[in-house]
Ligand binder design. Structure first.
Ligand SMILES: Cc1cc2nc3c(=O)[nH]c(=O)nc-3n(C[C@H](O)[C@H](O)[C@H](O)COP(=O)(O)OP(=O)(O)OC[C@H]3O[C@@H](n4cnc5c(N)ncnc54)[C@H](O)[C@@H]3O)c2cc1C
Length: 420
């Protein structure tokens, strides 16, 4: 089997790269370990997308994806102008359709196994698929695995330090919620609209609200969480991060961006013990949080857990050493680059375990990422897109959002189209 480009990982950034390369007429294969595309967007239930800069570039895949999702009533533009509220189940179908439209071949249930390298070139990869190890050749490879598995197996260099981790989340959904009742109740208790938003979009009630155990905001839900802990319904650490959203075309459903899984010494998501323990801990917290919502929130009386993410939501793990290592100083200074892959103004979003020191550092200005941060320094035919790009810990905290991962995929596809 010989391809122009093989993309390992059919997630957020991988799908964007594959779709564009397919549209350019290249022979493209995606190797995906799940049985569906979308990666964190679908298997970790990460929705909605964060809003990015109005001057963002390489948006072709974002626009195509959202337009198609809207045709199935499964994406909306929220009241703040963010067009990235989407339904993760329908996303699986839409991504299948988009890959078919651009003639991209997908191998599901297939995991990267080993590879052959010669003179700084990956020649062949071997993929475990239905117990067979199949050799696959390509001119170029793109690592879109999130954890940079291809770069790791190719023995590339990484920049991680042991203390550079963020907490993980195991997201879930509850259905059977009377969202109108819940929205009215939220507006009543959060009467200065401090952290709550409610809007009616395309005939569905939409909302978002949040609570963290930090004291930096007037959290309307704080008294309920305090009572929940006092009554023994939830544990203290269940309060570390709570964030919820409605989902387009799921009118009775609330998506939870929590529990945030808390370990005293943080978690290394590449360690099988820590990863497995986090899943177990997360599922047990989901049970407590669901009982808590049913007991204290109006509109949740008949609600039930309808979905638990298949994969843990990992914010950061391996980051490759690329031809350019992007830094927080580049980001803060808004440094300009000739070969710009993306433009964004999303803030640095690094989660910590500590009370009073949780997330988000705001910069109002835009920043640019050079394409060289998506090229391996060690392998001449390897590109890296998504959260495992060549960026330092803090700048990666700003670059990892879904629209930026899409732009990385599109930028690499355009670059490869010019040289293939
Ligand atoms: C808890 C949490 C909340 C977040 N909230 C938001 C948010 O609200 N909005 C937002 O815009 N962003 C959010 N993000 C960030 C964003 O979702 C991710 O950073 C982004 O989706 C990562 O994209 P990716 O392409 O790097 O990886 P992924 O989308 O995870 O794709 C990786 C793909 O590679 C596959 N894969 C992995 N290893 C192999 C292998 N060895 N062989 C074959 N296939 C493999 C996986 O199955 C997966 O499909 C959040 C992230 C987390 C963790």
């Amino acid at each position: 089997m010989k391809y122009d480009v093989v993309i390992v990982g059919g997630g957020t950034a991988g799908c964007a790269a594959a779709y564009m390369l397919g549209k350019y007429g290249k022979k493209v294969l995606i190797i995906e370990k799940n049985t569906f595309l979308g990666g964190s967007m679908t298997s970790s239930l990460v929705t909605p997308m964060m809003k990015t800069s109005e001057n963002s570039i390489n948006n072709e895949f974002l626009t195509t994806f959202i337009e198609k999702m809207k045709k199935y009533n499964s994406a909306i533009t929220y009241s703040d102008g963010n067009n990235g509220w989407f339904n993760p189940q329908i996303a699986k179908i839409v991504l299948d359709e988009l890959m078919k439209e651009s003639n991209v071949k997908v191998f599901y249930d297939s995991v990267l196994d080993t590879l052959d390298i010669s003179l700084r070139h990956i020649k062949k990869i071997y993929v475990k698929s239905k117990m067979l190890s199949t050799p696959i050749e390509a001119k170029y490879f793109i690592d879109a695995t999130g954890n940079c598995d291809l770069g790791f197996i190719a023995n590339c260099n990484f920049q991680n330090k042991s203390n550079e981790n963020q907490p993980t989340n195991l997201r879930f959904m509850m259905a059977g919620v009377d969202t109108r009742l819940f929205a009215d109740w939220l507006l009543k208790i959060d009467n200065d609209r401090n952290v709550t938003t409610v809007a009616e979009v395309d005939g569905q009630v939409h909302l978002s609200t949040a609570y963290t155990w930090d004291n930096d905001k007037k959290w309307a839900l704080k008294p309920y969480f305090d009572r929940g802990v006092k009554d023994g319904i939830i544990e203290d650490e269940d309060r570390n991060y709570f964030q919820i959203f409605t989902v387009p075309n799921m009118p009775d459903t609330i998506a939870f961006n929590c529990p945030r899984i808390y370990f005293e010494d943080n978690i290394n998501p590449l360690d099988v013990n820590a990863y497995s323990e986090a899943l177990i801990k997360g599922r047990s917290a989901i049970l407590r949080l669901s009982r808590f919502c049913k007991k204290y929130f109006k509109g949740f009386e008949k609600a039930y857990i309808s979905d638990i993410a298949d994969s843990l939501g990992i914010r950061t793990s391996r980051r490759i050493v690329g031809k350019y290592v992007y830094t927080i100083n580049d980001l803060k200074s808004g440094k300009k680059f000739d070969n710009c892959a993306l433009i964004s103004n999303y803030p640095v979003d690094v989660h910590s375990n500590k009370k009073d020191n949780s997330v988000l550092e705001h910069f109002m200005q835009e920043y640019q990422l050079p394409i060289e941060a998506l090229m391996s320094a060690d392998m001449d035919n390897l590109f890296v897109v998504g959260r495992c790009l060549s960026a330092d810990f803090y700048s990666q905290g700003a670059l990892r959002i879904i629209p930026s991962c899409f732009s990385m995929g599109v930028a690499v596809a355009k670059f490869l189209n010019n040289i293939l």
